[in-house]
Design a protein around this ligand. Structure first.
Ligand code: NAP
Length: 344
């Protein structure tokens, strides 16, 4: 069975999920939804993705701009087996576009995946492949958690399963916006998130309720990655080597070393480009191995998150779980990893 996937919202996440779907042999892109005839239509057409206008009254504007349109979003939703909703997390007037679309997906009885800008309560089921793939098998509505939450889950879950976590405190240093955005700041400032805990801790618990975690966050003037300083009280004393061993088998976690010149997020992004990754994406969560420090039961480490891409393989695994394409999570993870050339 080849599952037909509709991509609603062809922005930072949507275009990456579309490409990742196109690299699998058990799913294909049925089409992508655009609200405006912008430059993204050029590459969508080049890649062979059919474009659908968000509403039928917009079809003419695409034709006027010289782009072929296959129909309206409703035509695509009816044609597809599953919709990956990658629309923006917040609307100016409140709520989210995903919330509005969910009503439509429900009306036509189509399963859908939402992104981390939506609240957990929209689906009641939040997803991370290694943490809870099994729970999402055959599910109708699933939310793939945000880039930061995905990053935290990737490194916490293996530790929790192999050594045991008593409690986590983390400070998240967040990028201001994505590289393609020329409007958002801060320009020359550090902006603290005043609400404590930041939403990230509770979001981790939407997938792993038994991990005690509290987070704080600041936003800094960079566009390329987030960085997390993580402090954990382990359930038992462990050496740095035992901690590192727990991550060695963990999917989509890699260990890097400052002695190899990985001094900052800049070199991590350069590494992804050197690997020949499309768009310079780094799907894995890098942890600085030489920054792992354990004092008794207290563990300290630093990791980075490529916000534009770490959730992409998770979306592919979520499609496989929801469409009953694979019941074994490790088989799905490995299949996705092979197709995306993920290191492990
Ligand atoms: N960027 C990140 O770092 C990141 C990481 C993880 C998760 N997420 C989550 O992923 C979701 C998408 O974020 P994003 O960063 O990809 O946003 P984005 O770059 O702004 O892309 C969203 C796209 O949706 C389209 N859109 C707007 N209104 C629409 C509508 N009514 N119907 C269909 N398409 C519509 C827009 O394209 P057109 O108007 O040109 O059609 C826009 O480019 C959010 O929930 C976000 O929180 C983002």
């Amino acid at each position: 069975m080849v599952v037909k996937v509709a991509i609603n919202g062809y922005g930072t996440i949507g275009k990456r999920v579309a490409d990742a779907v196109s690299w699998q042999d058990d799913m294909k892109v049925a089409g992508v939804v655009k609200t405006r005839p912008t430059y993204e239509c050029l590459t969508a057409i080049q890649k062979g993705y059919k474009i659908y206008a968000a509403t039928s009254d917009k079809i003419q504007s695409f034709k006027d701009a010289g782009f072929d349109v296959a129909g309206s979003a409703m035509d695509l939703f009816n044609e597809a087996d599953i919709i990956v909703d990658c629309t923006p997390g917040k609307k100016k007037e409140g709520g989210t576009t995903g919330e509005d679309y969910k009503k439509i997906y429900e009306q036509i009885g189509k399963p859908a995946i939402f992104q981390g800008g939506e609240k957990h309560k929209l689906t009641g089921l939040s997803f991370n492949a290694y943490a809870n793939y099994e729970k999402c098998i055959g599910a109708k509505y699933v939310r793939v958690v945000s880039c930061n939450t995905t990053g935290l889950l990737r490194t916490l879950v293996p530790l929790h399963r192999k050594i045991g976590i008593e409690g986590v405190k983390a400070v998240l240093v967040r990028r201001a916006t994505d590289p393609n955005d020329s409007k958002k700041g801060p320009i020359n400032a550090i902006q603290p998130e005043i609400k404590v805990p930041s939403h990230h801790g509770p979001d981790v618990q939407s997938v792993m309720p038994d991990i005690k975690i509290s987070t704080m966050a600041v936003v800094v003037p960079t566009t390329i990655m987030h960085l997390h300083n993580v402090m954990i009280t382990l359930k038992k004393e462990a050496s740095a080597d035992e901690v590192i061993a727990a991550w060695k088998d963990a999917p989509r976690v890699i260990l890097v070393n400052s002695k190899h010149g990985f001094e900052s997020t800049a070199q991590l992004m350069e590494y992804a480009k050197d690997l020949g990754r499309p768009r310079g994406d780094l799907y894995e969560i890098p942890i600085w191995q030489d920054g792992v420090s354990v004092v008794g039961k207290e563990l300290y480490y630093t990791q980075a998150v490529h916000q534009e891409s770490d959730v992409v393989p998770e979306n592919i695994d979520a499609i496989r779980a929801m469409m009953n394409l694979e019941s074994d999570k490790m088989k799905s993870i490995e299949k996705t990893n092979r197709a995306l050339k993920i290191i492990k």
